[in-house]
Ligand binder design. Structure first.
Ligand code: UDP
Ligand code: MG
Length: 242
């Protein structure tokens, strides 16, 4: 039996070389769980970290009842880590937060207020605490992406999301697709709600993304998304006797 089945929500935390954030995660997530609006568990996905992240994850999962982990054999990138998490989860809802805690677990409660009427609820980072260059590249990328996808998303990459797990499991996943999650849920005819959330600076460890891997690849992926959306097969079964 998969332990996540006993919970309403399982929150994926992708981890790549985040050893200095693991104990802060233990504290922040451990404090959130009793306050969560629905019964919730944590699923750390260690994405082939080369530092002490895995040892520390195993350590904190040993002493926290609702903490679980999967360890990937190799680094597969953020989309790969999220996909591995989604494939593992058996709770009704899938959550996502980054390991650097630039968004607050408590704000999952704001998202949860809307999940009954939507297939995805995603944050909009208010007052972003990133560097000028990072904010600018993110703004440009977001603007171009929005004009290509027409998804209406102001902050597609916000690392605070809740998705109905049946929709999450249907999302076609490729490298870089974590930036298109709201658009992909829309492609599946799911409704997406955006909610303002708080944002904090990264206080430990290092960002894995820079201007080049944030801008060029993702712009190309817009064309892939448009092709997929045009070709995607949505169907509803009217009658069957299986
Ligand atoms: N991450 C991952 N695999 C990777 C790169 C990043 O799982 O190959 C995780 C990372 O540990 C963090 C999240 O993805 O939890 C977002 O990464 P980061 O904070 O570096 O991105 P930024 O916020 O700077 O865009
Ligand atoms: Mg970050």
């Amino acid at each position: 039996m998969n332990a996540t089945k006993q919970y309403d929500l399982t929150i994926i935390v992708p981890v790549y070389n985040e050893e200095d954030n693991i104990y802060s995660l233990e504290k922040a997530l451990g404090e959130y769980l009793p306050k969560a609006k629905v019964s919730s568990a944590i699923l750390f996905v260690n994405d082939g970290s080369k530092d002490a992240s895995l040892n520390r994850i195993v350590e904190i999962c040993g002493r926290n009842e609702h903490f679980f982990f999967v360890n990937l054999a190799q680094n597969r990138g953020l989309s790969g880590a999220i996909k591995a998490g989604i494939d593992t989860i058996q709770s009704q809802y899938t959550g996502y937060i980054d390991a650097d805690l630039q968004t607050a677990p408590e704000d999952f409660n704001l998202l949860l207020e809307h999940i009954d009427e939507h297939e995805m609820v995603t944050g909009i980072r208010v007052g972003r605490k990133d560097s000028f260059v990072k904010n600018m590249s993110s703004k440009i990328a977001n603007g171009f992406r929005r004009s290509m996808t027409h998804d209406g998303m102001l902050d597609t990459g916000c690392p605070l999301k809740i998705i109905r797990s049946d929709y999450a499991k249907k999302v076609p996943f490729f490298m870089g697709m974590h930036r298109f999650l709201p658009a992909l849920v829309q492609m599946l005819e799911g409704k997406v709600k955006q909610v303002p959330v708080r944002h904090f600076p990264r206080v430990a460890g290092q960002s894995k993304f820079h201007v080049f891997n944030r801008l060029v690849g993702p712009l190309m992926d817009c064309f892939a998304y448009r092709w997929m959306r045009k070709r995607y097969i949505n169907y509803r079964i009217d009658q069957t006797n299986v």
